[in-house]
Design a protein around this ligand. Structure first.
Ligand code: S3P
Length: 749
């Protein structure tokens, strides 16, 4: 991954590295070769180490002790203490004795509590010039000969400053680590030591202990001869530097003992389960561990391969022109994916789901149910097995349930959680934290639920458990499937028959899927009804491709001369096909083939060919049926002849962004006449120019402007596209298969 090149003069004058082990020498060479300091000095007591360091170009100058350089050091000099953890206090004493108080001092020890306590004892306080640090990088190799200028690329460095830390010192150290390619995080020393005890220290001790146990066994040569890949993988870190790990064991004693006790307790239980042939326990533990491992491997891959994308913004650069040709299967339906987890978890028995959307939104729902004790295998290529716990089998989660960007997760879950025996708290990201939740809290409160929202009716939601809910007849003030589903899910736990009447038809996946799980739901006169106290039986769910994701390609083909694409196995539930109806009314050529019904949901292949589009007045009756597709429909309108007018769509203002304003602003930037109105928009078709538009962190705005590139005169840059991963993680590759070229720029803030 390419990094910011250092174009300006180095911020650091002298970088003095005390201790030329793996970390110290790697930092020295990384800084020296990137020109981050005018002069790099290495200090070691061993002449041979200093000679090697000079020879390998790791340092500019070699010294045997700090005394020899201390007097020359001042404000823009940085001293890095790179010695083993237990030796840090001795070096800190030298620093106190020799250095002026404007010299920045930092360390790289793996334990921060003991280092900070030592600094406190030596200086009488944590000195403002001292920045405790820990690069989470390393290898089982040690010493100056293992120096690696890229060791810190895309690795985390944790700094543990406190309130007395000097900001000028902090920014020098932070800048140094960032410039050698690391990702800097800050936290308290206690938090650091607890996390590292579990994720780094414990695995090393397990590896040392296993190898030592085997080495002590009778014919250990025979044993090691047959040890295969698993043993090698697991014990690689037992080749690490013993001095370093002895120091860590002693320095982080408390935190390590806590986690060690926990693991030893689990070992005892595992032993009992093996002894007693407890298959269920073994399956549960191994499956949960495998899934947790897969989940975190993905996170790790993101960190190391994509340069910690999550923490960085990505912009799309859309190469203008192209033609949409071919066949695409877009990812699984988001609404159905959420519901499959919820109902599968509450059912009795094992539910198998295929076609599950592995996007961040539905994964947030999945994680929430894992946090409430549901065993869920997968996802593996869209396949999940959910071990349902029944309507009353959820367990109290240990921490707030994090819903990320997902409105569907938080709103549907609030209904379901209002009927549980335990308290819960639901939180989300910045966008979700600004979205209205009164629309679900109000009906739930009238059912007897106890819910607190933040000021202004937004998340976090605090839901008090143990309430007996009562059925209500709810007439929704807005057409919202999320509100309808929330009330129906609460209705599962309520006494009596709950009904929800909607002002216009909205997606009915909850009603259909409940029936698929054997739960009676009746629908008549725009009202859905169910009675509490029933049970759900495990089912098989095949999630079709999401029409909301397919919509981008339907518009892509419709606006680009010569295009012809087929979207495979798309859900075409009548409450979702507003986009087809609207585009057809504009003149689009869309045909459905292979129409079948799977698990109570209609599915079809959708073929779309280029056609000249005309502006229309969009019928208000279509608004709820196309509610998520308007960003792409607006792009179709921008390419149509004449004016397109949308009214009755105020709901668009409270989606992941204000989609009316976000789209109007972006279209104007691209030279299209678009005027936002209170409840809709007027768009006059024209020529799409080029420019830089904002996605407002909204996945669908980002993808809509990407599609616009097909008809643009020049490059369109869409800012902040990370959230595309919430609903369409593979968008760029999918788009490439039909001829749309999107380059990704990673932005270092
Ligand atoms: C959804 C319902 C819609 C939609 C959202 C998913 C659902 O929201 O915009 O993306 O799965 O129930 P509203 O019901 O608030 O319109």
């Amino acid at each position: 991954m390419s990094k910011r090149a250092k174009e300006s003069a180095p911020q650091i004058n002298r970088l003095v590295v005390i201790g030329l082990g793996l970390i110290g020498s790697s930092l020295a060479i990384a800084a020296r070769q990137r020109g981050l300091a005018k002069h790099v000095v290495g200090i070691s007591r061993r002449t041979s180490t200093l000679e090697l360091a000079l020879e390998a170009g790791i340092i500019d100058e070699a010294r045997e002790s700090l005394d020899e350089v201390a007097a020359e050091l001042g404000p823009s000099d940085v001293v890095v203490i790179g010695v083993p953890t237990l030796t840090v206090p001795a070096v800190l004493k030298d620093c106190r004795r020799l250095l002026a108080d404007d010299v920045t001092v930092t360390d790289v020890a793996s334990v921060k509590g003991s280092v900070c306590r030592a600094a406190h004892d030596i200086y009488g306080e944590l000195p403002r010039q001292f920045i405790p640090g820990h690069p989470i990088a390393g290898s089982e190799k040690s010493g100056v000969t293992a120096a690696n200028r890229n060791l810190f690329e895309n690795h985390r460095v944790i700094l543990t400053p406190n309130s007395s830390t000097g900001s000028e010192h902090l920014s020098l150290v932070e800048g140094l680590w960032t410039d050698v390619g690391a990702v800097v995080s800050k936290m308290s020393t206690e938090e650091h030591d607890g996390i590292l005890a579990a994720t780094s220290h414990l695995p090393h001790f397990l590896a040392y202990s296993l190898v030592d146990t085997l080495a002590g066994m009778g014919d250990n040569r025979e044993i090691f001869r047959y040890a295969a890949g698993g043993f090698r993988d697991f014990t690689r870190i037992a080749a690490s530097d013993p001095v370093m790990w002895r120091d860590i064991a002693l320095a982080n004693r408390e935190a390590i003992l806590t986690i060690l006790d926990q693991v030893m307790g689990n070992f005892q239980t595992l032993r009992k389960a093996i002894d007693g042939g407890d298959q269920q326990y073994l399956m549960d533990v191994f499956t949960q561990a495998r899934d947790a491992r897969n989940h975190f491997s993905k996170l790790l891959e993101d960190k190391s391969l994509q340069g910690s994308m999550k923490d960085k913004r990505i912009n799309y650069h859309i190469v203008p022109g192209g033609k949409a040709q071919g066949t695409v299967r877009v990812p699984g339906d988001k609404s159905m994916s959420h519901r499959s987890i919820m109902l599968g978890s509450l059912a009795e028995g094992m539910t198998e789901v295929t076609g599950f959307l592995e996007g961040e939104d539905s994964l947030a729902t999945l994680q929430a149910f894992r946090d409430m004790g549901v065993l869920i295998e997968g996802p593996e290529q869209g396949r999940l097995v959910i071990h349902g716990v029944g309507l009353h089998g959820l367990k109290s989660p240990e921490k707030p349930l994090y819903m990320g960007n997902s409105g569907t997760s938080i709103r549907l879950l609030s209904g379901l959680l209002a009927g549980q025996s335990f308290d819960t708290e639901l939180t989300g990201d910045t966008s979700l934290s600004g979205r209205p939740m009164g629309r679900v809290a109000d009906p739930l409160v009238s059912m007897g639920a106890v819910i607190d929202t933040a000021k202004g009716g937004t998340p976090p939601l605090k839901i008090k458990g143990g309430q007996q809910l009562k059925a209500i007849d709810y007439v929704m003030p807005m057409a919202s499937a999320q509100v309808k589903s929330c009330v129906l899910l609460a209705g599962l736990y309520a006494k009596g028959e709950t009904s929800v009447t909607e002002p216009a038809p909205t997606r009915d996946h909850t009603e259909r899927m409940l029936r698929g799980f054997g739960y009676p739901v009746s629908v008549s006169d725009s009202a859905a009804r169910l009675s509490g106290g029933g049970r759900l039986e495990a089912a098989r769910i095949d999630v079709p491709a999401d029409i909301s994701s397919a919509a981008f390609f339907m518009v892509a083909a419709s606006i680009t001369p010569g295009s012809d694409i087929t979207l495979h196995h798309v859900g075409v539930n009548p409450t979702r096909i507003g986009v087809i109806n609207i585009l057809r009314q504009m003149g689009a050529q869309i045909s459905l083939t292979n129409e079948i019904e799977i698990g109570g949901e209609p599915v079809a292949d959708i073929r779309v060919q280029y056609a000249k589009l005309e502006g229309i007045e969009i019928p208000e009756s279509q608004v709820p049926l196309a509610i998520d597709e308007f960003p792409s429909i607006f792009i179709a309108a921008a390419c149509a002849q004449g004016e397109t007018i949308l009214t009755g769509a105020k709901e668009l203002r409270v989606k992941e962004s204000d989609r009316i304003q976000s789209m109007a602003d972006g279209l104007n930037t691209l030279g299209i006449n678009a005027v936002a109105t209170d409840d809709g928009i007027r768009i006059v078709g024209g020529t799409i120019g080029s420019g830089r538009v904002l996605s407002h962190h909204d996945h669908r705005i980002a993808m809509a402007f990407a599609i616009a590139g097909l008809r643009a005169q020049g490059e369109i840059i869409v800012e902040d596209c990370n959230n595309v991963a919430t609903s369409f993680p593979d968008f760029i590759n999918c788009a490439a298969t039909v001829g749309l070229v999107i380059n990704v720029e990673t932005v270092n803030d």
